[in-house]
Every structure is written in C-alpha cells, then in structure tokens.
Write a protein that binds this ligand. Structure first.
Ligand SMILES: [Zn+2]
Ligand SMILES: [Zn+2]
Length: 228
C-alpha cells in the first residue's frame, strides 16, 4: 500500500518532534495496557492537510469528527469507530464544484512496541504505537482514499455537458438540443427523405453491390424480350 510505505517516515517524525495528544494523535496511556479496558473518544480535528483524491477531498483544516472506541487488547490498542467530514469535489461529468460528506469506518490495531505482533510483522502490515501515542492520520488517509469515488458526481443523475456545444445540461434544460437530436432519429429522418426516390447517392457503401445484380437482371429481361 502506498500510504503504508509513507507511514514509517511519519512515525519517525512523531517520535523525534514534539508529540502530544492532539489532532489525529491519541494518547492511550490511560488505558493502562489492561486488556479489555475500553474508552470512548470524541474529538473534532481542525488542523490537518487535504485528505482525499484529486477530484474530491476533505479540504485542509475542515472539521473532521472522530467517534472512536479504544480498546486495550493483549497486543496493543484496537481502534474502532468512524471519522467523518465535509468534502469538496469537482463533478467528473459536468465539471461543477459540489459539496458532500464522507464517513469512514475504522478498525485498526496499533501494536505495543514490545509485543509479539510488533516483533513478527512488518511496519506496513500493522501500525505501531509510539510512546503510548497512536497516530491515526495514515489510517484515515488510507480509508478516505478508498471510500471516495475516483469519478465523483454532483448528483447521481448528473446530465453532464452537451456533447455538441459543451453547455451544462442542468442549466440548458431538457429541451436543449441541436439540429441532430439523436443519431437514431437522424438516420430515420434521412431514410424518410431518401425513400421516395430510392436514391442512389445516399445509399453509401451498399450502392455498388446493388447496382451489379440490377444490371444483370436488366440484361436477362432484355434477352427474354428479344426471344418473344
Ligand atoms: Zn455534474
Ligand atoms: Zn448543446
């Protein structure tokens, strides 16, 4: 996972820099490493980078609500719950900006520094706790990336842009159209105008094939006529 490979550097940063129980970093010391100990946690995080994908994301420093349950287990701390926040996106069909909300579910184990899990797994497999601190940011970045759509829409039935002139169909209205409404109708219309003459010019590729047998028939007819 790309974000997993990015987490070690983040962890290094947390251990060297000034760390505290703030933002996406949780201090879990008060769980006391007693398996079964449970703590509910609610927090609004307002200092963070942009969280999401190219076309849609939670903007930097927008309010992200954390509703979590922290549970001490034998190998570490299990974090479950939700993170939710407002998103700003650009519709992949009509290119208009739009607002939405995203909520992600989290279930993540943070291994104790000296636990079996910590010894027997890679950094990218299981998150680590450092100095009784849990950094949720890489977890949230991963989960939001998976939750948000790669091709976001302003509404499920967004009509997009007019393929002829590029105007937004939502603005132009259902009556908007150009001379050629629909390829199928256009063909019917052409057929109707061509039908009376059974005109050759518009017949296109079928024309040469048809003309050959028609000429042969004509010869046969004329021969018959001569015999009579
Ligand atoms: Zn749209
Ligand atoms: Zn148009």
């Amino acid at each position: 996972m790309p974000a997993g490979s990015g987490s070690p550097s983040r962890h290094r940063k947390t251990s060297s820099g000034p760390v505290s129980d703030a933002g996406f970093v949780l201090d879990v010391r008060n769980l006391g490493r007693r398996p079964g100990t449970l703590r509910e946690m609610h927090r609004t995080v307002t200092e963070h980078g942009r969280l999401g994908l190219d076309l849609i994301a939670i903007p930097a420093d927008a309010e992200v609500e954390l509703d979590l349950q922290l549970q001490a287990v034998s190998e570490g701390v299990l974090v479950t719950g939700t993170a939710s926040g407002p998103t700003v996106g650009e519709c992949s069909r009509c290119l208009e900006p739009f607002d939405d909300q995203v909520q992600i579910r989290l279930t993540e184990l943070f291994a104790y520094p000296d636990s079996n899990t910590e010894q027997t797994t890679e950094d990218a497999e299981v998150y680590r706790m450092e100095d009784d601190l849990i950094d949720l940011e890489p977890v949230i970045v991963d989960a939001i990336g998976l939750e948000l759509p790669l091709q976001p829409l302003c509404s499920p039935d967004c009509a997009g842009l007019c393929p002829e002139c590029g105007v937004r169909m939502a603005v132009a209205g259902p009556d908007h159209g150009h001379e050629i409404l629909d390829p199928r109708w256009a063909k019917l219309a052409q057929f109707a105008t061509d039908a009376p003459g059974t005109g050759d010019p518009a017949e296109g590729s079928t024309h040469p094939d048809r003309s050959a047998p028609a000429a042969a028939d004509a010869d046969v007819v004329s021969e018959n006529q001569e015999e009579k």
